[in-house]
Design a protein. Sequence first.
Length: 161
Amino acid sequence: MNTLEALAGSILCRYIEDEDVRQIHATGKVAQISAGQPLFTEGDEGGSLYVILTGTVDILKASTGGAARKLATLHPGDLIGEISLVDASPRSASAVTASDCTLFEFSRRDLMGIIRSHPGIAAKVLWAMLETVSLRLRDMNDLTLRWNLNGGRDLPSKADL
């Protein structure tokens, strides 16, 4: 599968026609990253999202003791960094490649260009991003409930379940 086909099958492009996926593909950039490499570190300046085309990426969050705890492992088609793309806030967690990866990077500048030149495509991209954020918020609500029911004690991460 080539990078265009992988992008077309991703969450980001779930509502976009094939010819419009080509426009998105031409706007962003594709990168090959070796296993064990950080994409970004918690607290880094944001402004781009990544689509995993091949490979897996671990999402890590520093705990109060400073040790990193794995929150999730993301797979081909998943988005990383969608929050900082929208609000340009610092990265809320770290992302490290768990295997060799091919990633598609889509920056805030890329998104603004699509909004200006292709507002219909932009609306579909933003809708897909909103769905991703919504699903993650629901997961967080479930985790918070489980934590409260567990008396505030640490719970195993979803990756450990």
